[in-house]
Each structure stands twice: as structure tokens, then as C-alpha cells.
Design a protein around this ligand. Sequence first.
Ligand code: CTP
Length: 400
Amino acid sequence: MQNRIKNKNIVLGVCGGIAAYKSVELLRLLKKHGANVRVIMTSNARKFVGQLTFEALSGQPVCTDIFEKNDCAPIRHIDWAREADAVVIAPATANITGKLANGIADDMLSTFMLAVTSPVIFCPSMNTHMYENKAVRRNLERLRTDGYFIMEPETGKLACGTAGPGRLPEPTDILDRVLSSLMPKDLKGKRLLVTAGPTRELIDPVRFISNPSSGKMGYSIARAAEHRGGAVVLITGPVNLPDPLNVNMIHVRTAEEMASAVFKHMKRSDIIIKAAAVSDYRPVTSSKRKMKKGKDEMVLALQKNQDILKKLGRKKENRTLVGFAAETENLEKNARKKLAEKNLDIIAGNIIGRPSSGFGTDTNKVTLFYKNGSKESLPKMEKDALAHILLDRIVELMAS
Ligand code: CTP
């Protein structure tokens, strides 16, 4: 499930808008993730970006004219449509929006689109007034009803000088929607609560106790679950990561804030995955003012934070509960102890302090320990891939 875009056939349709330069970056990202990308440009698109750029980056001839004769069969639009796993049109102009909403096929891109049966990610980008024009709104609505995924443009200052909606979303966000379109929706109807990142326990306004958790594991799980159709709430400590798309974000700082957010959302969750590195202790007092230095030695009194996951375990009912155990030694013994004490279904244990796993890295190497006593040692892998394996196991567990 994790290599969901590798070797997939993606067709990228590029129309004549100033944002066409961003499609070059989108193509690069799709290729970087292993997709086989074919590009169709409208004749106006070629006025904005060179065909050669797309050809060089995709490694394939770019299609612009339905009647041109090069490598391709005369019915290339049909072949490409049949072979496509997903189609993304970025930027989509008012012109292509109008044509597709009305079934008009008068060039390569519009003719190809009528033959497409795969998911379509349609990214309108144009001047704000054009975007807000009633005919364009009507056409977009019709395409939405026809099953296209319409990716709303971003709001900001546009190349034409106006400010408002109309800007093409960032290529990374478009890539995210392409990835999502390729996923089976096996978490549809499920509500997930995920926690991520560290907590910060304030000593004074400028100092805190924390840990180096980057939040990457929890964010990967939230993103993967959303891609698979789940309704996701992500409660996160302070991290330096962009919010995953279409996820209900709750930003917290301290363990106490995380606890109250978790308990507020717990009842509405079917699956809870606690990837956060919660601080076990907080200072007994937190000074409102910056503490001034004084004696050579200073003792900081700490008090225990409540164990959020343990409390969730006591009120488990029929929820699926998953925890993480970061250990420096005795992984199996410690992880199994936490699995039992916190009444979990699965615990993902990893040894921290190694370059390939744990805090801050893009990869992780974990062993999954299950409630029924079994375990599964997974090889080192990207956190995105691990997130999908964990979700696979949760889906299997819920079905058993
Ligand atoms: N956890 C939690 N609340 C806490 C501490 C931990 O919900 N106050 C959760 C973490 O999110 C993780 C799991 O419990 O899913 C295990 O966390 P970990 O820090 O490895 O273990 P602790 O239970 O804190 O035990 P110790 O620090 O002694 O290893």
C-alpha cells in the first residue's frame, strides 16, 4: 500500500495560465515519487512554458495536437485515458472548465478528458473576477457533480495585480491530492484521533522542558488516514511541519492542554493513535516572569503529568487504541509492559538514538506488538510507509 504512486500512470494536463510554470515543479515531484507521467499541453500553455521542459522532465513526448504524428498511435487520447491511474489538470483555465462542463472536445486535452475514467484532480487558477464569475462557478459545480475533485485555488496576490482567490495551490499540495486519489478508502466512515509532536512544559515565559520529537510520525499517520477516507483530528504539540490537508488540526503546547483536547474528542473517535512524545513531568510552578539567574545551583521541582493513554485505556470501550514506545533498551519487555498497562491493541516500539529511527528522522524501524501476544518486526522504512502499514494492521484488526 505504501508505494501507491510508484509506476502509476499519471496524466498531467497543462493549460494556458501564468501558473503553468508551477506545473513544471509538480511534474518533477510526481517523477521523484516514481510516477510515470505523460503531459498534455494546450496550445496556449505552450505560450507560457516550453514543451521541451516538460518533455525533458517527463522523459516522454508531450502531446499537444490530436492529429500530430510522432511516436504515438492516432488514438493516443484513448490509450492514455485507458492507461491513466489519475489525471491532474493544473492550471485549469476558465476555458477548459467551460469546455469540460459542457462535454466539448475540440483539442487534445478536452478530447482526452472525455475518455478518462480514472480520478481527476482539477486545479482552477485564474484572475479572481474570472474565478468568481457566475458561469465559471456554475461550470465548476457541474464538474464537481460529475465526480471531478476540484482543488480550490489559494487566496493571495495574483500575477495580474488583483488580490483574492485564484492562485494555483502549491505543487506539494496538488501532489498530496494525487496521492489521495490513488488510495482505497478503507477508513471511510471511521473517525480517527491522532496525537503528534512533543509537549512543552513551561518553566517561565522563555524556557521549557521538552524533547526532540519532530512530529513526523504522527503527521504521517494523520495524512495517510485522511488519504484513506478517515475523518481525522490531529492534536499536535509545537512542531515545524505544514498542516496535512483536510485534517482537523488542534495545536497545543503542554501535556495538560493535550490531555484536555484528547479527552474532549475521545468519545467521537473509533481509532486513537498516540504518537506524541508527552512530557512525563512539568515544573510544580511556572513563573509568569522571566526568571533571573542567581545561585550557582538551582533545583527545579517537578510533578508528574497524567498518563493520557493509560486513562484512555481505562475508558476504551470498543475503540481501537494504539500507542508508541520509544526505548533505549529492553524494547520487547518495556513495550509489552506498556501494551498491557495501557490496555492497547497495538504498540509500535522503537529503539531511539539510532540514526535511522526515532526522533527527527524521516525513517523509522519499529516492531509492532499486538494484544494477542504476537509481534511483527518491520524493516527500516519511511515514516509515510510505516503509517500505511500501521493503518493496514488496524483495518485488519477491526475486521477480525
Ligand atoms: N503517553 C501519554 N501520556 C503520557 C506519557 C505517555 O499518553 N503522560 C503515551 C505516549 O503518547 C505513547 C505511550 O504513552 O503512545 C508511551 O509513551 P512513552 O513515553 O514511551 O512511555 P511512558 O508511558 O511515558 O513511560 P516511560 O517514560 O517510563 O518509558
